[in-house]
Design a protein around this ligand. Structure first.
Ligand SMILES: Cc1cc2nc3c(=O)[nH]c(=O)nc-3n(C[C@H](O)[C@H](O)[C@H](O)COP(=O)(O)OP(=O)(O)OC[C@H]3O[C@@H](n4cnc5c(N)ncnc54)[C@H](O)[C@@H]3O)c2cc1C
Length: 367
């Protein structure tokens, strides 16, 4: 019998393999597609932030940054002596219209309690900090300018975690697990992302297709943070000399991962050109689509032991924030499994019982 088997070698499975291996557990990770063609993590935008509503999400975002800064020391291996996640700490700017302002003021109290270090300004003050923005329709905005938020390269991050997990003894094998009953292990962890329902049908997490566009603009603003305009739902950030921009439209039950090209002209370009006037001159250069592991109950993660089994744990439902939460979740699951309780960040509110009992704890700041 195996000690720990993790189903799914994406970012959550691999981070959990790393933290458990560090504690001396013998971990086997089973992944059905080691090229990760349709897995969520390589198709993500790589963003990490602490600007959320729910306390757990703020704290997990803070830990992401702490962990990313320590990658050169923590994830160094013989094969990968200089690991990096290619961090760009440009920060985040979230902009809210009058309809979201009240909720945002409540969220700010949580930011303060968690010492998130975010700054809040009136929409009318935006130009003092970001002169290239048109503030029309923006009531309030939050941002960081102390390198505490930004983005990373998801594939390099995954590679660094995997290399270290393997050096610590974790084994990665190719395999498609059809049922949990196939696995004989002391501990089974489902880290199957948006496909969790195939193994655990009572978990309300489903693939939700999101499209990202790549665009070029003659005026380049390399210092631009990752920006989310909550009045349109469009978000964007620089990517080298170009930009990436996410569509506000998402689709359940999508047949394939063909990008929703029509969204660009209908939704994304008008919203970008309204907010950043120089984006009027944008040229579309590419794009892709990927699945969010969307928790349809409340857009919040589901993490912990499944109460219907003696030895099954799961982590899924990250709804657009699984990359940044991977270090905190890997550590939290390891604490739960090895000590019986969370030690660092208490994520009991994400428990499986919450979704089985349909107790929604909605996270509104989904981009
Ligand atoms: C367009 C887009 C933008 C995003 N932007 C961000 C962002 O800026 N910041 C952020 O933090 N997050 C972002 N995300 C979300 C993030 O990518 C996901 O939440 C995260 O990747 C989830 O990680 P995971 O390991 O659970 O799932 P995945 O990365 O999908 O990995 C799951 C793995 O499990 C394997 N698997 C599934 N079932 C089985 C089985 N039965 N047997 C064997 N293997 C199995 C799959 O093949 C897959 O490789 C974004 C996602 C998308 C699509």
């Amino acid at each position: 019998m195996d000690d720990v088997v993790i189903i799914g070698g994406g970012i959550i499975g691999t981070s959990t393999a790393y933290f458990l291996s560090k504690e001396g557990r013998k971990v086997k990770v089973i992944e059905r597609d080691p090229t990760y063609k349709t897995a969520s993590f390589p198709l993500s935008l790589g963003g990490f932030r602490r600007q959320f509503y729910q306390t757990e999400n703020i704290l997990l975002g803070k830990f992401a940054r702490e962990f990313i800064l320590q990658i050169p020391n923590l994830l160094k291996t013989e094969k990968n002596p200089k690991p990096t996640a290619s961090m760009v700490p440009n920060g985040y700017l979230l902009m809210f219209g009058p309809e979201h302002a009240e909720e945002q003021y409540k969220a700010l109290k949580n930011h303060k309690k968690c010492e998130a270090g975010t700054k809040n300004i009136k929409g009318s003050e935006l130009k003092n900090f970001f002169p290239y923005i048109n503030n029309e329709g923006i009531e309030t905005a939050t941002f960081t300018d102390n390198q505490s938020e930004g983005w990373i390269d998801p594939f390099m991050f995954h590679g660094a975690l995997k290399s270290k997990a393997m050096e610590l003894g974790a084994v990665f094998v190719k395999g498609d697990v059809k049922s949990l009953s196939e696995i004989k292990a002391k501990i089974i962890i489902s880290a199957a992302g948006c496909w969790t329902k195939e193994l655990l049908e009572d978990i309300p997490v489903e693939p939700q297709k999101h499209t990202v566009f790549k665009v070029k603009c003659p005026k380049h603003i390399p210092e631009m943070p990752l920006m989310g305009d909550l009045t349109s739902g469009v978000y964007w950030r620089p990517e080298g000399k170009e930009y990436l921009a996410g569509s506000p439209k998402s689709v359940f039950n999508a047949k394939d991962l063909e990008p929703a090209w029509e969204d660009f002209e209908e939704l994304v370009w008008p919203a970008l050109a309204k907010r950043i006037p120089s984006f009027e001159e944008l040229k579309l250069t590419g794009g892709w689509a990927g699945y969010y592991d969307c928790n349809r109950l409340d857009n919040n993660a589901v993490v912990g032991k499944h109460p219907k089994f003696d030895n099954v744990y799961l982590a899924t439902g990250f709804t657009g924030r699984g990359l940044m939460q991977a270090p905190g979740i890997g550590r939290a699951l390891t604490e739960l499994i090895t000590t019986g309780a969370y030690q660092s960040i208490d994520i009991s509110n994400m428990a499986v019982e919450r979704v089985l009992g349909k107790e929604a704890r909605t996270e509104p700041y989904v981009l």
